[in-house]
Ligand binder design. Structure first.
Ligand code: M6R
Length: 368
């Protein structure tokens, strides 16, 4: 039941701190990740030479984030592919390939068929799934469950943050079994992850500000989303949420791609959300994204920046700044996605739409 919330989606967003915390719960011993469900796979994990992540929709964006974490911690090449593309291109699979499927429902037909294809072609399989005993979980060699609790609204929200959490736990585990991540770094990263639920709760306190913004923007015809590094999958997710809930044309771009085409879309008044990396980012991506903001602002864009608390560099160029608490770079997506989920929900609400049951969509896509 909705428990006093206006929609299942609103309720499920409010449950995001618990979705992350419950996915970590019971999986930390002495500052290290412990995933007993992978015990039988550890031998395989030491030996794999490639990971392919397959998923659809929002789950695929959590997969894109998993790539940053797995490559950093476990130093293994990771590809991320949509399930329905993967299985029709004769992918190169060997017994040393690990195919990781991600699915909230565990019943998405495209992903299930891709898992079956991977098994038939000799790859090893792991699934990240939110539904106990789902078909995809049963088909796979091993499963790491997300503990987001049942997700009812068609738009995936709490399952997404739980998927990122599970992938990061898996990445820390993989780094350890492969010897690429020392115990101290692993413990430090895990502590960062454990700090996230309280930070999401703080982001949720900004909800009234976002409701206001969504009301002002309810007649928008198109909204663009820019992000870089881990902000890029979040830009894609922000755009997907707005499309599916508010029926507004929305596109997410990698900020570095602007000059290669998308900047031609900028005209006076065009709203653009920009996911701004932390100024503390070791790759100095912050300065590059601020310069992107200046470029689009100069062409009349209405800039809605999602930026870290205390980041003053964005102030002269942004029309609105939505603040998120400080987090280590890989963990920022668990915070920056929240305002975008709220924005899509509130804009759809302002348009009088049913946020739990958007038109033409089903919660679980069990046909190809
Ligand atoms: O159940 P799954 O995680 O496999 O579902 C995948 C997609 O269908 C799903 O994430 C879809 O994109 C959502 N409606 C997005 O909010």
């Amino acid at each position: 039941e909705k428990g006093g919330w206006s929609s299942f989606m609103a309720k499920e967003i409010s449950e995001e701190p618990e979705a992350v915390a419950n996915t970590i719960l019971g999986r930390v011993v002495d500052g290290q990740v412990v995933l007993p469900e992978l015990a039988e796979l550890d031998e395989v994990l030491r030996d794999i030479d490639r990971v392919i992540v397959i998923a659809c929709g929002t789950a695929s964006y959590s997969g894109l984030l998993g790539k940053y974490a797995l490559e950093k911690w476990a130093r293994i090449p990771v590809e991320v592919e949509l399930s329905h593309e993967f299985r029709y291109r004769e992918p190169v699979l060997t017994p040393r390939t690990l195919v990781v499927s991600i699915s909230q429902s565990g019943e998405t037909m495209d992903t299930l068929m891709a898992v079956k294809y991977a098994i038939a072609n000799g790859a090893r399989t792991l699934s990240i799934c939110n539904t106990q005993g789902a078909t995809i979980a049963r088909e796979s060699d091993a499963v790491v469950y997300t503990h987001a609790g049942p997700e009812v609204a068609v738009a995936s929200t709490k399952a997404f943050v739980a998927q990122i959490t599970a992938l990061y736990l898996f990445g820390l585990h993989l780094g350890r079994v492969r010897g690429t991540l020392d115990a101290a770094t692993g413990a430090h990263q895990l502590a960062e992850l454990q700090s996230i639920p309280a930070k999401i709760a703080r982001v949720l306190k900004n909800a009234p500000e976002i409701t206001q913004l969504a009301k002002w923007m309810s007649d928008s015809r198109a909204v663009l989303f820019l992000g870089r590094h881990v902000g890029y999958p979040i830009a894609l997710e922000g755009a997907l949420k707005l499309k599916e809930l508010a029926y507004i044309h929305a596109e997410g771009f990698a900020a570095g791609e602007l000059k290669h085409g998308p900047i031609a879309l900028i005209e006076p008044g065009q709203p653009v959300f920009v996911v701004v990396p932390s100024p503390r980012d070791p790759n100095s991506l912050h300065a590059k994204v601020v310069s992107n903001i200046q470029e689009i602002r100069a062409r009349g864009a209405r800039v809605l920046a999602i930026a870290e608390e205390g980041d003053v560099a964005v102030l002269p160029f942004a029309d609105e700044v939505i603040r998120i608490p400080l987090a280590a770079p890989l963990f920022e997506p668990l915070l920056t996605v929240v305002p975008l989920q709220l924005f899509a929900m509130e804009l759809a609400t302002a348009k009088g739409l049913d946020v739990d049951q958007p038109r033409n969509l089903a919660k679980s896509v069990t046909v190809e």
